[in-house]
Design a binder for this molecule. Structure first.
Ligand code: GRF
Length: 216
C-alpha cells in the first residue's frame, strides 16, 4: 500500500477508535421525568449513545427515582453554584458529557454553559413555538393557554437551546389536534405521546449528524 493511502487508512482507523466511545448525554430535568425515562430506555439499547448523568434541581423530583432505578448517577444542583459559580461545567466535562438534553428542566441555562456546549443542547417544548413559549410557559400553563386561545392544533417543538427561553433553532415540530372538550390534562397526555415517540429519535439523529460532520 503506498504511504499516502496507508496514512489516510490509519487516520480513518484512529477516528473509528475515538468513535468507539459512546456519546455521553446528561439529561437535565426538574419534574416527573417521564421523558427522561423514555430517553434512558431508548438509549439503553444503543451502541452509540448513553445517558451518563441526570442533572436535577429539585430534591423531590420524580426523575431522581427514575435515575436510581435505572442506575444512572445524578447530581442535585445548587442554585448559587449553577448561576453564579462554575455552572457545573467542570463536572460535566469531567463526566465527559457530549450533549445536554433538557427534559422539563425549569431553570434558564447560564450563558457560560450554553457557550461550553455550542449546538449541543437540545430542548423539547410542549407547544408549537414561537407561540406559547417563554418564561412561565411550562407544563399545564402551556396547555391551558392553548385551549383558552381556541387553537385547533398544538404539538411539540424540539429545538437547540440559545440564551433566550424557548428560542433556539428548531429541529422538528410535530402537530396534534386540540379537540372540543379537551382539558389541559387530556391535551398534555396527547402531547406527551408525541414527545415519547419523537424526542429520543431526534436526539439520536442530531448526535449522529454532528458526529458524521465532525469526522469530515
Ligand atoms: C414535557 O412536556 C416537556 O415538553 C416539557 O416539560 C415536560 C416534562 O415532562 N419541557 P416530564 O417530566 O418528562 O414528564
Amino acid at each position: 500500500m503506498p504511504n499516502k493511502v496507508l496514512g489516510s487508512f490509519v487516520k480513518k482507523l484512529q477516528r473509528k477508535k475515538v468513535r468507539n466511545k459512546k456519546h455521553r448525554l446528561a439529561v437535565f430535568a426538574s419534574g416527573a421525568g417521564s421523558n427522561a425515562k423514555k430517553i434512558i430506555e431508548y438509549f439503553g439499547k444503543s451502541n452509540a449513545v448513553e445517558v451518563a448523568l441526570i442533572v436535577c434541581n429539585k430534591p423531590d423530583a420524580g426523575v431522581l427515582v427514575i435515575a436510581e432505578i435505572s442506575n444512572i448517577p445524578y447530581i442535585l444542583i445548587d442554585k448559587e453554584r449553577f448561576f453564579r459559580g462554575d455552572h457545573y461545567i467542570d463536572e460535566l466535562k469531567t463526566e465527559e458529557i457530549d450533549f445536554i438534553i433538557l427534559a422539563g428542566f425549569l431553570w434558564k441555562l447560564p450563558s457560560e454553559l450554553i457557550k461550553a456546549y455550542p449546538n449541543k443542547i437540545i430542548n423539547i417544548h410542549p407547544a408549537l413555538l414561537p407561540k406559547y413559549g417563554g418564561k412561565g410557559m411550562y407544563g399545564q400553563f402551556v396547555h391551558e393557554t392553548v385551549i383558552k386561545a381556541e387553537e385547533k392544533e398544538s404539538g411539540i417543538t424540539i429545538h437547540f437551546v440559545d440564551e433566550l427561553y424557548d428560542h433556539g433553532k428548531h429541529i422538528l415540530q410535530v402537530t396534534c389536534p386540540v379537540l372540543p372538550g379537551d382539558t389541559p390534562q387530556i391535551l398534555a397526555k396527547r402531547i406527551h405521546q408525541l414527545e415519547y415517540e419523537y424526542y429520543p429519535k431526534v436526539i439520536e439523529e442530531v448526535i449522529m449528524n454532528e458526529s458524521a460532520s465532525s469526522e469530515e
